[in-house]
Write a protein that binds this ligand. Structure first.
Ligand code: UD1
Ligand code: CA
Length: 474
C-alpha cells in the first residue's frame, strides 16, 4: 500500500494497574510474544519502522530494550496523564525534532494486540475516502462493559458519522445500552488533532487527558468524525486484566493451530495445544493433544509429536517420532530420528539422522551421529559421538570435574557397554568396545576392547559355609 503521508503512533506508556503485575502491561505475552511486539509487527506491514512512534513511559527503559530491535522511534511520556497526554508528547516531539509532521497519524494501542495490517489499511482507506478529520475503529462485542462507547450522529442508518466517544464512567443513563465500542485505534488528520490537543482538560472520572474527547471537539468545529467497524470483534479486544489476556492468548494460539492445519498438519484437540505464533510445521505431521511448541521451533513433514512434549526453539527434520513427554530446548534433530518417551534434550543437542534417544536420556552440547542409539537412562554432555554407536543402558559421560567441563569423543561404530562411566577428557576411537560397568579414564585406541572394572570373583559353596558359621555362633 502506498502510504507516504501516513505515520503511526503506538500508545504504550501506561502502567496497566488492573493487571496487578510488576511487568509493564505491553510486555505481557500472548502467543509467546509481547503485546507491543504484536502491534509493532502489524504497523510495520503498513509503514516503515522509522515512521512508527512508540510512546513509552512506565518502565520506559525495559519497554524500549524489549522492542528496540524493530527499529521504531521512541517518544517519552515521563508521566502518564492519559491517552490525550500521550499524543501531546508526540506533538511536542515533532515540534522539538523539527521532523516533518505527517499528513495523517494513525494511533494504535499497545494493549490491543490482535489488530491486523488489513484492518489498519481499512481505517486509512475509509479516512481518506470520507475526508474525515478522525476515523475510529469500532466493534460490537457481546459485553461492552468498560470500553468507551460510540455515540452515532444518525443511529440505525448507514451514515458513518459520530458525535462523540463517551467513557464507561461518564455514560448517561440513556447511553448505557450503547453497544458499539471504541477500540482505542484511530486515524487523525494530524493537523486537526494537534490543533485540539492543548484544549483537552482533566475534568473526568479519572482526572486524565482523554484522547477520546477530541471526537466531540472536532464535531463542534464542523469537522467529520466517522466510525469504521472491525470485521472481527476479537481483533479489537483490549487486554486490561490477565483473564482478558489469556482469552486473547487462546484466540491467537487457536488461529496459529488453524494456520498449520490449513497447511496439512493434523492437530488433535487443538484447544489443548500451546503453539507460539512463529512456529512452523510441515505437511502430514501429526500433533497429539497437550503438546507445546514454543519460540522459533520448526518441525518438518511426516513427523509425529506425541502428547505432553514441550519443544522450545528446536529444529526437527522430516519423519521424526517424538514419543510422549519429551522436553527439548534449542536442539537440532535430523530426519528419521526417534526420541523418547521422556527424553530431555538440552541446548546444543544435535541428534543425527535415524538416531535414537530413548527413555530418561539427558543430552547437552552433544552431537550424536547418524543411526547411533542411546536408548535407556543415559547422560551425554559435552560429547561428540560418531555414527552407528550404541550407548548401553545407564552409560554416562562424566563431563564435570567440579570446576570445568571436559569433552568426550567417541568414534564411529563404538559399542559402549551398559553402566559405563566415561571420565572426560577421554577419546574412544572408532570400532572399539567398552565392557559393561567400566569406568574409562584413559583413551581407547581404534578396534580395542577396554575393561575398567574389578575382575569377578566366584566362591563356590560359600553360602552354606557361611550359614554353618552363623549357626555355631562363631
Ligand atoms: C481506552 C479508551 C476507551 C477504549 C479503550 C479500548 C481513552 C480515554 N479511553 O480506554 O475509549 O474503549 O481504550 O481499549 O482513551 N497509555 C499511554 N499513556 C497514558 C495512558 C495510557 O501511553 O498516559 C496507553 C496505555 O499503555 C495503553 C493505551 O494507552 O496501551 C490505552 O490506555 P488504557 O489506560 O488501557 O485505556 P482504556 O481505559 O482501556
Ligand atoms: Ca486498555
Amino acid at each position: 500500500m502506498n502510504t507516504p503521508g501516513l505515520s503511526i503512533a503506538i500508545m504504550a506508556a501506561g502502567k496497566g494497574t488492573r493487571l496487578k503485575s510488576k511487568r509493564p502491561k505491553v510486555l505481557h505475552e500472548i502467543g509467546g510474544r509481547a503485546l507491543l511486539l504484536h502491534v509493532i509487527a502489524a504497523a510495520r506491514e503498513v509503514v516503515p519502522a522509522d515512521q512508527i512512534y512508540c510512546i513509552i513511559g512506565h518502565e520506559a527503559d525495559r519497554v524500549r530494550a524489549a522492542v528496540e530491535a524493530t527499529g521504531v522511534e521512541f517518544v517519552l511520556q515521563p508521566e502518564q496523564r492519559g491517552t490525550g497526554h500521550a499524543l501531546q508528547m508526540v506533538k511536542a516531539f515533532f515540534a522539538l525534532s523539527g521532523e516533518e509532521v505527517p499528513q495523517n497519524l494513525l494511533v494504535l494501542s499497545g494493549d490491543v494486540p490482535l489488530i491486523r495490517p488489513e484492518t489498519i489499511q481499512q481505517i486509512y482507506k475509509a479516512h481518506r475516502r470520507e475526508n474525515a478529520a478522525m476515523t475510529i475503529l469500532t466493534a460490537i462485542p457481546t459485553d461492552p462493559t468498560g470500553y468507551g462507547r460510540i455515540i452515532r450522529a444518525e443511529p440505525g442508518t448507514q451514515t458513518p458519522d459520530v458525535n462523540a466517544i463517551v467513557e464507561q464512567k461518564s455514560l448517561r443513563p440513556d447511553q448505557l445500552d450503547t453497544q458499539e465500542i471504541n477500540s482505542g485505534i484511530y486515524c487523525f488528520r494530524t493537523k486537526a488533532l494537534f490543533d485540539k490537543l492543548d484544549l483537552l482538560d482533566t475534568k473526568n472520572a479519572h482526572g486524565e487527558f482523554y484522547l477520546t474527547d477530541i471526537a466531540a471537539m472536532l464535531v463542534a468545529d464542523g469537522e467529520r468524525v466517522i466510525a469504521t467497524q472491525a470485521e472481527s470483534v476479537d481483533e479489537v479486544l483490549g487486554a486490561n486484566t490477565i483473564a482478558e489476556m489469556m482469552h486473547l492468548d487462546a484466540a491467537m494460539r487457536l488461529a496459529t493451530a488453524r494456520r498449520l492445519m490449513a497447511n496439512g498438519v493434523t492437530i488433535f484437540r487443538p484447544e489443548t495445544t500451546v503453539i507460539d505464533a512463529e512456529v512452523e510445521v510441515g505437511a502430514d505431521t501429526v500433533i497429539e493433544p497437550y503438546v507445546q511448541l514454543l519460540g522459533a521451533t520448526k518441525i518438518g513433514s511426516d513427523c509425529r509429536i506425541r502428547s505432553y512434549s514441550v519443544i522450545q526453539d528446536t529444529v526437527i527434520g522430516d519423519n521424526v517420532t517424538v514419543r510422549n513427554g519429551c522436553i527439548m530446548d534449542t536442539a537440532t534433530i535430523a530426519d528419521g530420528a526417534i526420541l523418547g518417551p521422556y527424553a530431555h534434550l538440552r541446548p546444543e543437542s544435535r541428534i543425527g539422522a535415524a538416531a535414537h534417544v530413548g527413555n530418561f536420556v539427558e543430552t547437552k552440547k552433544v552431537t550424536l551421529g547418524a543411526g547411533s542409539k542411546a536408548n535407556h537412562l543415559n547422560y551425554l554432555g559435552d560429547a561428540v559421538i560418531g555414527a552407528g554407536v550404541n550407548v548401553g543402558a545407564g552409560a554416562i559421560t562424566c563431563n564435570y570435574d567440579g570446576a570445568r567441563k571436559h569433552q568426550t569423543t567417541i568414534g564411529d561404530n563404538v559399542f559402549v557397554g551398559s553402566d559405563s562411566t566415561l571420565v572426560a577428557p577421554v577419546t574412544i576411537e572408532s570400532g572399539s568396545y567398552i565392557a559393561a560397568g567400566s569406568c574409562i579414564t584413559d583413551d581407547v585406541p581404534s578396534g580395542s576392547l577396554a575393561f575398567g572394572r574389578a575382575r569377578q570373583v566366584v566362591k563356590p559353596g560359600w553360602v552354606a559355609a557361611h550359614e554353618k558359621t552363623l549357626k555355631n555362633g562363631k
